[in-house]
Design a protein around this ligand. Structure first.
Ligand SMILES: Cc1cc2nc3c(=O)[nH]c(=O)nc-3n(C[C@H](O)[C@H](O)[C@H](O)COP(=O)(O)OP(=O)(O)OC[C@H]3O[C@@H](n4cnc5c(N)ncnc54)[C@H](O)[C@@H]3O)c2cc1C
Length: 380
């Protein structure tokens, strides 16, 4: 498993529960140090007037994550239930929860460790994947110097935007447009909550304002009771620098919702009491995750060419795959809702177990969908 954020931790535990042994490799010095280091996030459904794949996935995923939270983490030690007032899209008051993603990541990794099926390798950046040339098949995972970091019959790339480089290195001759993943920087502004809250409950418009979040497990560099406003959404940016501009953008979003709270935000900024956190989301072109078996792009192109006028009838599920190689990325702004539900689907697929997920949702998540469309166009 490459990547120890929400995706890699959820997939590790889902596989460990099915009896797999996992070696989890991450470039960081421990779990949940990239996007999943977010101090607090919102778990709430994405509601649309008519159902879309994202709204259906989000409804299934929110319910699933709520079950996981209730099972694994006492309220107040990594999450808490709440309601959110949506002021713009999906207007109204919705049940929700505030969650520190790192608490879920750690809980899932502890569960996999307690099953005796998880080994971890930290400070190890994967630069390349190579097909094992022995009869046993599988994959070799190499660092920048070509040193072997691990080998396994099955490899899952749960490495957010870092997955793109690994995918491109698999078939340097293939069109990179088959992997339309991009980084999206986000900055959250926060501070210690002193005195009364600035709103009765979280509010959402172009950002989310959390008037109070209390968590006994927050890392010591954060106040244990805080307010938070976030987050900015900067497409294409992949740095994690907290900027004054990011704070100003959050202040503007807050002013549009709660002018009085925005005055307090400005006062905290002037008094140098504002804290900030920035991370990088990984988003796909259609805003849906990529979950499942990795297509063999070169074979896919040849397959489309050979199909000639019949290519319109080929289904994405039939696309040729790289055996033993899986992808779990592009959770976008919804990792809390989607990680565990998608991880369960992925684990069933890897296990070859029956899955009752509706076929159109499976197709909507298929990592081959972009390369499949592209090669269909190129073959016409
Ligand atoms: C500002 C901000 C606010 C957000 N708010 C919310 C919210 O309110 N609700 C919500 O649900 N989600 C929210 N999100 C999104 C959520 O944080 C992500 O969807 C989620 O954390 C993604 O998890 P992940 O495991 O895919 O990626 P990450 O947590 O980024 O983990 C990827 C891991 O892969 C490792 N890696 C990458 N490349 C390599 C490599 N080559 N070799 C080894 N290791 C590698 C990295 O070190 C990292 O640990 C927010 C994100 C941001 C930035």
């Amino acid at each position: 498993m490459i990547g120890a954020g929400l995706a890699g931790a959820a997939a590790s535990v889902a596989l460990a529960r099915r009896g797999w042994r996992i070696t989890l490799i991450d470039a960081a010095s421990g779990p949940a140090q990239a996007a999943s280091a977010l101090p607090v996030g919102m778990l709430s459904p994405h509601v649309t007037r008519a159902p879309t794949p994202l709204s259906r996935l989000s409804a299934l995923g929110v319910a699933d994550t709520r079950r996981e939270l209730a099972r694994l983490i006492p309220p107040g030690a990594g999450w808490g239930p709440c309601e959110v007032d949506n002021l713009d899209h999906d207007r109204g008051r919705w049940p929700a929860a505030l969650v520190r993603p790192g608490a879920l990541v750690n809980a899932w990794l502890h569960e996999a460790q307690a099953l005796g099926r998880l080994d971890t390798v930290w400070n190890a950046t994967v630069a390349r994947l190579q097909r094992a040339d022995s009869d046993t098949s599988g994959w070799r995972v190499l660092d920048e110097q070509g040193q072997l970091l691990g080998s396994a019959p099955v490899v899952v790339m749960a490495s957010a935007h870092g997955s793109r480089e690994l995918l491109l290195s698999l078939a340097p001759q293939a069109d990179p447009a088959g992997w339309p993943l991009r980084p999206v920087k986000g900055q959250m502004s926060l501070g210690a909550l002193v005195g009364s809250e600035w709103a009765p409950r979280p509010q959402r418009q172009s950002g989310v304002f959390v008037p109070r979040y209390e968590d006994s497990g927050l890392p010591p560099h954060w106040p244990s009771t805080l307010w938070a406003m976030g987050s900015t959404y900067v497409r294409g940016a992949d740095d994690t620098v907290v900027t004054e501009q990011g704070h100003l953008d959050n202040a503007r979003s807050l002013a549009a919702m709660l002018p009085k709270a925005a005055e307090q935000f400005q006062a905290a900024m002037v008094a140098d009491q504002l804290l900030g956190w920035a991370g990088v989301r990984c988003a796909s072109l259609d805003r849906l995750p990529l979950v499942g078996s990795v297509p063999d792009q070169v074979a896919l192109q040849a397959w489309m060419q050979a199909a000639g006028s019949r290519r319109g009838r080929l289904s994405v599920s039939e696309a040729p795959r790289l055996p033993g190689l899986y992808l779990f990325t592009a959770l976008g702004s919804r990792g809390l809702s989607l990680a565990h539900w998608c991880a369960e689907r992925l684990a069933r697929q890897i296990d070859g177990a029956a899955d009752d997920t509706e076929p159109d949702l499976v197709r909507a998540l298929d990592p081959a969908r972009f390369a499949w469309k592209l090669s269909k166009r190129q073959a016409s």
